[in-house]
Design a binder for this molecule. Structure first.
Ligand code: FES
Length: 344
């Protein structure tokens, strides 16, 4: 879940979805079962939708992962989003306290690339989630479990304590139905943080597996470090982060503020020099351009632009994005040296 400013375009495109039910998952987490209108275009498991609400006269939008499957959408015409009540969270507080069965939620089309891209995975598929990071993952696992019940899958799920396990019943049902699904639940209050020994114990072939990772950014950074330290130089990892503004906004990575760049914007014919680790989006905006954006934190992909030359650092991971990668998320891409963007 991330937040963003309201833009008028979204307000024109938003659609009213009926709230069919509101279910308690834990003391702080509720699932909203909603029926999108027929013109809504559908989704792929792992994607998220924007939800707009009006709190004290101010419209606000947040992105929430869909926590149900396409199969259920096709059967019943409903999807679910699962929302943790964040401390001081205005939208999550509004959803928890004010939205009831029979009410309306305004939603947009689904987007996001945290989707299954392995029809023939090299080994197991390993899902690693922390807290609310389970929401897109349960959608992917349930869908796979229905389509390929014999598929080898491992879920490693971290929560603080047993009261914070989201989807407990659905996980139990899944482990009954899918005989090659191994679920490992870890309580960090007792066991501490994720470690390479623990990851290797839960999934001995993890370095040869496709890994889907979702949780708060610090958790994901740690898991990636531990995976790399466990022997794989480039683990096949897809990731989605949850939990508000990313780390780099609060604690810039050491070398990031020294990065300088010269950005060539092909369409508008501009050359812009930047320093101090600004993202492509910040650079463009500071020179009067108004590129499209949504969450500004690497989740929604609305800011994706076409990079035809040069390199960028992914602000979330601190790593260089391969030079040949053309499509980059402008809000989290810090240009290094000479970079060309085709569509601005
Ligand atoms: S604005 Fe959402 S990923 Fe960049």
């Amino acid at each position: 879940m991330t937040l963003c400013e309201i833009d008028p375009l979204f307000s024109r495109q938003r659609m009213a979805a009926e709230v069919i039910a509101v279910l308690d998952e834990t003391a702080q987490v509720k699932t909203f079962v909603i029926r999108p209108p027929s013109r809504w275009k559908g989704f792929i498991e792992g994607q998220h939708i924007p939800v707009e609400v009006e709190v004290n006269g101010v419209r606000m939008r947040r992105f929430y992962s869909i926590s149900s499957t396409q199969q259920r959408y096709l059967r019943e015409g409903v999807i679910t989003i699962t929302v943790k009540h964040q401390e001081h969270g205005r939208v999550s507080g509004f959803l928890h306290e004010r939205v009831r069965t029979g009410g309306i939620l305004y939603i947009g089309e689904a987007s996001g690339s945290f989707t299954l891209n392995h029809s023939n995975p090299p080994g197991d598929i390993v899902f690693i989630a922390a807290g609310s990071g389970i929401t897109p993952i349960i959608s992917i696992i349930e869908s796979l479990g229905e389509r390929q019940p014999g598929l080898a899958m491992t879920l490693i799920y971290y929560v603080r304590n047993s009261g914070q396990v989201i989807f407990r019943e659905r996980l139990e049902l899944l482990s009954e139905r899918c005989h090659r699904l191994n679920i490992h639940l870890h309580f960090t209050a007792e066991e501490g943080r994720a470690s390479r020994d623990q990851l290797l114990r839960d999934s001995p072939n993890i370095t040869a597996s496709a890994v889907y990772l979702c949780g708060p950014q610090l958790f994901m950074q740690r898991v990636i470090q531990e995976l790399k330290a466990s022997g794989s130089s480039s683990p096949d990892i897809r990731q989605e982060h949850f939990g508000g503004p990313f780390l780099a906004e609060r604690t810039p990575l050491p070398a990031m503020d020294k990065v300088t760049a010269k950005v060539h914007l092909q369409q508008s014919g501009r050359e812009i020099e930047s320093q101090g680790g600004q993202s492509l989006l910040e650079i463009a905006e500071s020179h009067g351009l108004q590129p499209k954006f949504g969450c500004r934190s690497g989740v929604c992909h609305e800011c994706t632009c076409v990079k035809t030359g040069g390199q960028v650092i992914n602000r979330l991971t601190g790593e260089l994005v391969p030079e040949e990668q053309e499509f980059v998320q402008a809000c989290i891409s810090i240009p290094v040296g000479a970079v060309t963007i085709e569509n601005w």
